[in-house]
Ligand binder design. Structure first.
Ligand SMILES: [Zn+2]
Length: 249
């Protein structure tokens, strides 16, 4: 029976991923995510439902538009598959619970945030706002959850705000808001684990890029992907990270 649930959640995840692809392409351009209907980026031909089946349509069409034959970016099926996988992992980790739902909302924010930040060096307000609005009702599970999430929201936003001030623009407003929303969805303990992981990953990647001369010191680097990495890790293994870290000091 369990596998049936996993399959169902995976399929749901890929469908959400398909919508996230729309967000990835339209949000940075300030376009509506619901209108016009999905169309080919090259020939503008409207896509039918059988062109839009997550992952499968891409495989069936061998990565080419049915109408004009131009290449479809591999990012489409990749985002769909990844979202499906993350949804299943949330279910495996937390079962059918509010916590799993909060993780699912979190994944639905960080997947597009990562791709958009890498491409455009911004995290759209709409994306953070969607995470906030979808997250709020899921905090009403218990008083404990509510207060932990409120604290996470304030700490997540506050800490990055202070860092942004101290680094004079090294950290953007989108990062601050994303961190606050992650705090809301994770609660304060897991948020701290997520930020810890994000800073470790960011430092390692930053130093490596400096050494390879791929980046310069004063250049702002998109921090969203590291926040996303930290949040993903904290969601799926954060309890272990906290145990490991507190066991050290
Ligand atoms: Zn086309």
């Amino acid at each position: 029976m369990e596998y049936l649930w996993w399959g169902l959640v995976f399929v749901t995840g890929t469908a959400v991923g398909s919508f996230l692809n729309v967000c990835i392409y339209r949000m940075p351009a300030g376009e509506s995510v619901v209108h016009p209907p999905s169309h080919c980026q090259a020939c503008r031909h409207n896509l039918r439902f059988f062109d839009l089946i997550p992952v499968l349509s891409y495989l069936f069409l061998k990565g080419k538009c049915r109408y004009c034959g131009s290449r479809i970016a591999w990012q489409y099926p990749a985002v769909e598959f990844l979202t499906g996988l993350l949804f299943v992992l949330a279910l495996v980790k937390y079962g059918i619970t509010f916590r799993a739902l909060r993780s699912i909302v979190l994944f639905s924010v960080i997947v597009p945030a990562t791709v958009i930040d890498l491409r455009h060096k911004i995290i759209p307000d709409k994306l953070n706002l969607a995470g906030f609005i979808l997250g709020i009702p899921l905090l009403l599970e218990s008083k404990e959850v509510f207060f932990s999430s409120a604290a996470g929201f304030l700490i997540g936003g506050g800490l990055l705000f202070v860092i942004a001030l101290a680094s004079r623009g090294g950290m953007g407003g989108g990062d601050i808001k994303l961190s606050a929303v992650l705090g809301l969805l994770l609660g304060w303990k897991l948020l701290l684990a997520a930020l810890f992981l994000a800073f470790v990953a960011g430092s390692i990647a930053g130093l490596t890029m400096l050494m390879l001369k791929l980046a310069r010191l004063k250049e702002p680097i998109p921090f969203g992907p590291y926040l996303a990495f930290g949040a993903m890790f904290a969601t799926l293994a954060g309890d272990k990270v906290i145990k490991w870290y507190t066991g050290f000091c």
